[in-house]
Design a protein around this ligand. Structure first.
Ligand SMILES: [Zn+2]
Ligand SMILES: [Zn+2]
Length: 249
């Protein structure tokens, strides 16, 4: 078994609320400096900066996971992680068709920069990415699965867009196999309130919107890793991470 330090919830400069310095190259570099083995890019309602993130993660020796933080129709934040970049980009197209087409006002909400492999601004997403998509929590679980991914409720210990705060409860028969805490010290409180959480995989992530908030090496998962260091190997490792979160290993 190998112990991997991870951060599965990071926003790039494509999220309007994230710092412009959160470029894919800077995120991958910071993940390496912090001693992480794997990192997921999870912008609000989009996966479009995942391709340059994969490019830079490979250079810095980080296992990249393509992801998204979906805002469901209930206004609950759900972290979606995909086995492949192509699966994530197909899901991105699906979510694009379910998002309201309100124009972003960068002066109010912030810029939404699309980046290229040179870590340069390649364009800007014109529609505001913060609004809820027309996808319910239950629909999200099964559609993410259809695109080769796994999803789980984000920061259940936070008031803002956390599933417990929004719904007033944690689903009693969740399809989810995992849940995310923003603050690891709230584990006992939430497991006492919702005993079924003890049967789910606990993920602790940074929800970083600034470089200095990306996780240090303090949350790890244990998985049996395949050997090798080529790109196939990174894909295999990403798949094993998704299997772990799915409760399969
Ligand atoms: Zn969130
Ligand atoms: Zn977030």
């Amino acid at each position: 078994m190998s112990s991997l330090f991870c951060d599965f919830h990071i926003h790039s400069c494509l999220s309007p609320c994230a710092d412009d310095e959160m470029t894919p190259a800077n995120i991958a570099a910071m993940a390496m400096l912090n001693g992480l083995s794997a990192a997921a890019l999870t912008d609000h309602n989009t996966c479009k900066n995942c391709p340059p993130f994969f490019y830079h993660a490979e250079k810095f020796g980080i296992i990249p996971i393509a992801g998204m933080e979906l805002t469901t129709s209930e206004d609950v934040h759900i972290v979606c992680l995909f086995r492949s970049l192509s699966g994530a980009l197909c899901f991105d197209e699906y979510v694009s068709s379910k998002r309201p087409n309100y124009k972003n006002n960068p002066d109010i909400f912030g810029h939404q920069y699309l980046m290229n492999d040179n870590d340069e601004i390649a364009g800007e997403e014109e529609h505001l990415l913060l609004n809820a998509a027309d996808i319910s929590i239950d629909e999200a679980f099964y559609s993410v699965k259809n695109y080769g991914g796994i999803c789980f409720p984000a920061h259940i210990d936070r008031q803002s867009n956390g599933i417990v705060a929004v719904l007033g409860d944690f689903p009693s028969q969740p399809a989810f196999t995992a849940f995310e805490l923003n603050d690891n010290t709230s584990e006992t409180e939430y497991k006492t309130r919702f005993p079924l959480l003890s049967r789910l995989v606990k993920i602790v992530s940074s929800d970083a919107h600034r470089l200095e908030n990306i996780k240090q090496a303090d949350f790890s998962i244990n998985i049996p890793l395949p050997g090798g260091s080529n790109q196939n190997s990174a894909l295999n490792k990403a798949n094993m991470i998704i299997d772990y979160i799915s409760g399969l290993i």
